[in-house]
Ligand binder design. Structure first.
Ligand code: ADP
Ligand code: MG
Length: 242
């Protein structure tokens, strides 16, 4: 099977002059359709920088990125923004919901930014909220939702554009155990649905059981890769580290 996202030899230099930091030192990573990959590593190891590059928010200093059939490197900033809007959904630790909009309106705002016709937005938003089991909270404002519910709205918002890749930066960090588990279960379900590739940055060990693959990063380099779960039809050997 073809990876849905393929990053090769990504180098990222941040800052300039004496403050220059080589945040990524040649990182290669693939996301497979239908799989949830966890990216784990200590604070400052380059996780957020890598996620920003994979999501076409930052351009790499060196290396190449492909999402689906599209080469993301060498594009103009408009080209990158377009690729991001069409293919990438983001989920953040702090939810990033607009407080003055209801759950459904938050999802519809994301659709509006993507240029979805206004007449289609309510139906798409309703479906996305159904997928995260929050249809009954569609008209609630974020202040009336629990942390877990807010994160599920954020996942609905990321799903609404039918992205092929979802990138989540520490999505469970602000949640208690039960809500964290619910969010991870939802993300792994969403990966299986329609063959999306999902990357979750975390240092929350409670998330491990939801991963198909595990990638470890330290000091801007990948230091370990493991397959956590065999795909149906794979031999036993595929479950071992590779
Ligand atoms: P993580 O998400 O794993 O905690 P980051 O990707 O945020 O790590 O940061 C990786 C490294 O790059 C760290 O050393 C951080 O201090 C540095 N860094 C992050 N953003 C910038 C920036 N805008 N300018 C300079 N250095 C930065
Ligand atoms: Mg980070």
């Amino acid at each position: 099977m073809e990876p849905i996202l393929e990053a090769s030899n990504i180098v990222k230099v941040l800052g300039s002059g004496a403050a220059e930091v080589r945040a990524l030192k040649g990182v290669s990573l693939e996301l497979m359709p239908g799989e949830l990959t966890l990216l784990m590593g200590p604070s400052g190891s380059g996780k957020t920088t890598l996620l920003s590059i994979l999501g076409c928010i930052l351009t790499p200093s060196e290396g190449t990125l492909r999402i689906g059939k599209n080469m993301a490197t060498g594009l103009t900033s408009e080209g990158m923004a377009d690729l991001r809007r069409r293919h990438v959904g983001f989920v953040f630790q702090s939810y990033n919901l607009v407080p003055t909009l209801t759950a459904a309106e938050n999802v519809m705002l994301a659709l509006e930014l993507r240029g979805t016709p206004l007449s289609e937005a309510p139906g798409i938003a309703e479906n996305a909220l159904k997928q995260v089991k929050l249809a009954h909270r569609a008209h609630a404002y974020p202040s009336k939702l629990s942390g877990g519910e807010k994160q599920r709205v954020a996942i609905a918002r990321s799903l609404a554009g039918s992205p092929s890749v979802i990138l989540a930066d520490e999505p469970t960090a602000a949640l208690d155990s039960e809500n964290g588990k619910a969010v991870m279960a939802l993300l792994s379900e969403v990966a299986k649905d329609k063959g999306r590739g999902i990357l979750v940055v975390t240092h929350d060990h409670r998330t491990l059981s939801y991963a198909d693959r595990l990638v470890r990063i330290e000091d801007g380099k990948i230091v370990g890769r493991a397959r956590r779960r065999a795909r149906p039809g794979d031999g036993a050997a595929a479950a071992a580290d590779h």
